[in-house]
Structures are given as structure tokens and as C-alpha cells.
Design a protein around this ligand. Structure first.
Ligand SMILES: Cc1cc2nc3c(=O)[nH]c(=O)nc-3n(C[C@H](O)[C@H](O)[C@H](O)COP(=O)(O)OP(=O)(O)OC[C@H]3O[C@@H](n4cnc5c(N)ncnc54)[C@H](O)[C@@H]3O)c2cc1C
Length: 513
């Protein structure tokens, strides 16, 4: 008999979700995590004595279905209060959004925003069933699988003819066109574009799926608004780990998996367990990888076990991340000009072209002349993240290429940090004097330390050719893989990344089917 029914590689939030569902169904489950703590990119860690932070810093579409089914509230999860998002302007004329209300724009823009936002939320709700279901396999559809499409088709139809027409018209528009059609305020347009492009190799003018990405992020009860859960991101991660353990899941930290064990020959192979970094071998009926597809198939399994066509499809996946992360330990609260309290998300991208130009630099492998930033001071919500009276600043930095011309030398990192600090200082004069310690994580650092290929937000670019039943590629889009006994459940699976839990939930559903 195998040591376990399922071994899961990686205790990121998707690995934990998958583990909890499988154990709830009676399986003996072991989760092996390389890091010292759970959560993957959402893990909270000390980056300077007394100062703690997580790479992923807000929640905005974590699945309420998972919260209910895994009883996360009982395990300490409490969604935080929804945040303001403020678009900063150099002249202090900031634009502030809370829910479907916006301040700092003309009354025409304010009215258009409330109306159009409500429309987008209807579209997002119609798409919601799509994200929490396995995508049907192309060409081999059972009645149940066909019903997945029928259900979404019906939801869209129920929008009514006009709204449905509008949905199909806008779904593949560049976000810039949608913004220009609806609003006049440059800052409002840039702030709203942020959630359409962050984490991707697309900017406001890019055709493809920026509107769809924004709708994906608007799923759930907050309609796309961001929050920090009680206890910080650790509040969610700890609740997931506790929910898994309460179902009998064994969690082992500091246990990197070196390889996936495969038995058989050219007539048939099967994943039978894993080999750990220290040489220990563990067997299981199935191995489920919560790491990214390239790492799973190339580093842990080995291309020698795969057909060349499949290998090529995985090799071709676009996995270069474009977001860096800055963490500052601050001796006090910075003063952002014209902002009473720097609570919530502060976006530094005064117009859509601020994003476009930063992308123009990055797509040619250069540092952005003027980086665009999403700044958060999580210690204002969770004082325990910093010593009393001191603060943590956490900033997403766009666009920062994984493959920088000349490589990520210490000089290149220092140059980027200088540019980010200069940009911050334009809006928060004197902030440099508060800095006790700075940590800048490039996509390469995220790749090396968080073990995510390319340091990519979604593990694998979320673009039309890598979405839905093509995610990560169509032979692995139902979580099973060409190797029997090997499954995948991380952000590189449908529906994608962000701390939302869909991939882990859907993988468990397939395995238990
Ligand atoms: C800079 C940045 C900022 C982000 N900010 C946000 C945000 O604010 N809000 C949001 O919703 N999303 C954000 N995201 C996206 C989000 O963090 C990810 O999409 C999500 O956390 C992925 O979760 P996961 O469980 O699929 O994988 P991961 O979190 O990557 O977890 C995978 C786990 O596998 C482990 N692992 C890898 N290899 C091995 C091995 N060989 N053996 C054992 N363990 C292994 C890793 O250590 C890791 O713990 C951000 C992403 C980035 C890059």
C-alpha cells in the first residue's frame, strides 16, 4: 500500500485548498512545502527584524464557495474591511474610489462610473461559474461538460439582449478603448486599467484579454474591491492550513521535493510518489503539483517522460513575470501630499500612458524610465506587522522585465530601487528619511526564492491562448496530465492566478470525480 492517497507538492494557497478538499473526502493527504511556512506568494514573512510582509498583499476575489465549504471562518478567517483605491496626482487632485463611488472627478464621470461599474459587475457575476469549474476537454465532451458551457451561456443570456451584446462587444477590447469610451478623467482611467493589466505582459493599448482579466478580478462579493483580511494575508493562509489539518492533512514545511517518481516503461508510465531533497522517498496513489507547469514538467518530472509535442507546448508557455515588489521598513508613517491617511491602495500612474510607456521599456528588456506603482501600508490595517509606531510599505512595481538587458546585476537592482524611491518621493516628500530597510524583489528574485518560473504573477501568462481549456495547455487543462497519477493544481491551471483558490478547488473536484 502507498504511504498516502495523495501527495501535494507546494503549500501555496491552491495546494492547501486542494489538500483540504481531498482530505474532507477521506483521502490520506501529505503536503510537502519547500519554504518554512505555508502560503507561497501569499506567505507572510519577516523581512527586517520586527517587520513582516507578504508578496501578494490584498485579497479581492478569493472564492466565497471555498470559504463556506471549508469552514474557513471557523478557522479564523475574517474578510477585512474594503479599501479605498486612490489614484495619486502630482498636483494633489487625487481620485478616490470606494465601491461604486468615485470622488475627485466630474459629476459626469462619477455618474458614468457608478453605472458602468454596476454593468461590469453583472458581467463578472455571469462569468463566475466558469472560474470554479473544470473546463471541458476539446472534442471529448460528456453531457455534464457541455452543461458547463450551457450554464454560462444561460447566465449571459439572462443579462438581457442589450447587456449581452455589450458584453460580447467589450470582452476583447483593449482596456484603453473601454476607458476612453466611458470616462474623461485620466487618473480614473489609469486606476481602473490597473486591475486589467497588473501581472501580465499587456498594457492598456494591448488587444486580447485585458477586459476579461479585469472581470476575472471582479468576481466575488466585493465586486473587485480590495481588502486585507483580519490578521493580514496570514489570516487567510493560516485558516486554510488549519482547515486542511482539521481534516487530517499532514503538512511538512522545509521539505523541498527533488523529483516526481515515475515507474513503468515505454508501454506505460505512472507517477508513484516523490523523492525529497534529502533523498527520502514517499509513495502515493497520485502526486499533485501545486507548483507552476514548467517547474512541474521539466524540473520535477523530467522531459524524458513526456512526448515531444507536449514538451514543446509546455516549453512555449509564456512565463516571464513583469512585476517587482518593494518592501520598506519605515520608522514612521509617510506623508503623501493631499492624502489625509494613506490607507488603502495608492496608485501612482497618472494616466494610461504612464502604464503604456513603462511597458514599452520593459518589453524591450529595459528598466521603466518612470515605474508605475501600487502602494499599500498594510501596517495601518494590521499594526502587528511592524513595531509600535513604525510601518511597512508594500509596493507592486510595473513593468519590470524578468529578462533584463544585461541581466539582474546588483547595479541594475540599485538603479531600479533608485527610480522607485524617486517616484515615491514625488508623492511622499521625505519618505527616504523614514527608511530603516528596503527589500526589492525582481521577477528573478521571486523565481529563485519563491520557486515560481519567471516570477510570474499567474505562474503562466493569462492570455487568450493560455486560458480556459488551453490552460496551461489543452492536454493538462483538466488537471490530469499525460502521466497517469500526476495532476496539477496551481495558478498555471484554469482559471489562473491571484489569491482566489479556483485551481485548487477544481483540481480536487476532478480527482474526486
Ligand atoms: C509580485 C506579485 C504580487 C502579487 N500580488 C497579489 C495580490 O496582491 N493579490 C492577489 O490576489 N494576487 C497577487 N499575486 C498573485 C498571487 O500571489 C499568485 O497568483 C498566487 O499566490 C499563486 O498561488 P499558488 O498557490 O497557485 O502558488 P504559489 O503561491 O506560488 O505556491 C506554490 C508553492 O509551491 C512551493 N514549491 C515550489 N517548488 C517546490 C518543491 N520542489 N517542493 C516543495 N514545494 C515547492 C513554493 O515554495 C510555494 O509555496 C501577486 C503575484 C506576484 C508575483
Amino acid at each position: 500500500m502507498s504511504d498516502y492517497d495523495s501527495i501535494i507538492i507546494g503549500a501555496g494557497h491552491n495546494g492547501l485548498v486542494c489538500a483540504a478538499y481531498l482530505a474532507r473526502a477521506g483521502q490520506r493527504v501529505l503536503v510537502l512545502e519547500a519554504a518554512a511556512e505555508p502560503g507561497g506568494l501569499a506567505a507572510t514573512r519577516e523581512f527586517h527584524p520586527g517587520f513582516r510582509v507578504s508578496v501578494a498583499h490584498t485579497l479581492h476575489h478569493f472564492s466565497r464557495k471555498i470559504v463556506q465549504e471549508l469552514g474557513l471562518t471557523k478557522h479564523g478567517y475574517q474578510p477585512g474591511e474594503l479599501m479605498n483605491t486612490t489614484g495619486l496626482s502630482a498636483d494633489g487632485q487625487h481620485v478616490s474610489i470606494k465601491g461604486n463611488l468615485v470622488k475627485g472627478v466630474s459629476s459626469a464621470d462619477a455618474e458614468a462610473f457608478s453605472e458602468y461599474q454596476a454593468m461590469l459587475q453583472k458581467f463578472a457575476a455571469a462569468l463566475e461559474p466558469f472560474w470554479m469549474k473544470t473546463m471541458p476537454r476539446i472534442g471529448k465532451n460528456s453531457l455534464k461538460e457541455m452543461l458547463t458551457f450551457a450554464q454560462v451561456g444561460l447566465k449571459l443570456r439572462l443579462l438581457g439582449a442589450d447587456d449581452m451584446r455589450e458584453f460580447f462587444r467589450v470582452a476583447s477590447l483593449p482596456i484603453r478603448d473601454l476607458m476612453d469610451e466611458n470616462y474623461d478623467s485620466d487618473i480614473l482611467k489609469a486606476v481602473l486599467s490597473w486591475d486589467a493589466v497588473i501581472g501580465s505582459t499587456q498594457a492598456p493599448r494591448s488587444p486580447n484579454n485585458t477586459v476579461l482579466s479585469m472581470l476575472y478580478r471582479m468576481t466575488g462579493e466585493s465586486g473587485g474591491a480590495h481588502a486585507i483580511p483580519a490578521g493580514g494575508m496570514a489570516g487567510l493562509v493560516n485558516a486554510l492550513a488549519a482547515a486542511a489539518e482539521s481534516q487530517g492533512v499532514e503538512l511538512r514545511y522545509g521539505s523541498p521535493v527533488k523529483s516526481i517518481a515515475v515507474e513503468g516503461d515505454e508501454n506505460g508510465q505512472r507517477a508513484t510518489g516523490v523523492v525529497l531533497g534529502d533523498g527520502e522517498r514517499l509513495t502515493a496513489e497520485r502526486v499533485i503539483s501545486a507548483t507552476d507547469p514548467k517547474r512541474t514538467f521539466f524540473d520535477l518530472l523530467g522531459a524524458r517522460h513526456l512526448e515531444i509535442e507536449f514538451t514543446n507546448r509546455i516549453r512555449r508557455l509564456r512565463t516571464d513575470g513583469q512585476v517587482a515588489k518593494l518592501h520598506l521598513a519605515l520608522s514612521g508613517l509617510p506623508n503623501f501630499s493631499g492624502v489625509d491617511q494613506p490607507d488603502g491602495r495608492l496608485i501612482i500612474a497618472p494616466q494610461m500612458d504612464s502604464l503604456e510607456f513603462a511597458w514599452d521599456d520593459a518589453k524591450f528588456g529595459r528598466l521603466p524610465e518612470q515605474p508605475a506603482l501600487e502602494v499599500l501600508i498594510p501596517s495601518l490595517r494590521e499594526p502587528g506587522l511592524a513595531p509600535t509606531g513604525q510601518h511597512v510599505l508594500s509596493a507592486h512595481v510595473m513593468y519590470v522585465p524578468r529578462s533584463l538587458e544585461g541581466g539582474w546585476t546588483e547595479t541594475a537592482k540599485a538603479e531600479l530601487q533608485g527610480k522607485v524611491m524617486q517616484t515615491l518621493a514625488q508623492y511622499a516628500p521625505g519618505i527616504e528619511d523614514l527608511v530603516l530597510h528596503a527589500e526589492l524583489l525582481t521577477p528573478q528574485d521571486l523565481e529563485e526564492q519563491w520557486k515560481v518560473t519567471g516570477g510570474h504573477w499567474h505562474h503562466t501568462e493569462l492570455a487568450m491562448d493560455q486560458m480556459l481549456m488551453m490552460r496551461p495547455t489543452y492536454e493538462a487543462a483538466q488537471h490530469s496530465t499525460p502521466i497517469p497519477g500526476l495532476f496539477i493544481c496551481g495558478a498555471g491551471c484554469h482559471p489562473g492566478g491571484g489569491v482566489m483558490g479556483g485551481p485548487g478547488h477544481n483540481a480536487a473536484g476532478e480527482i474526486l470525480r
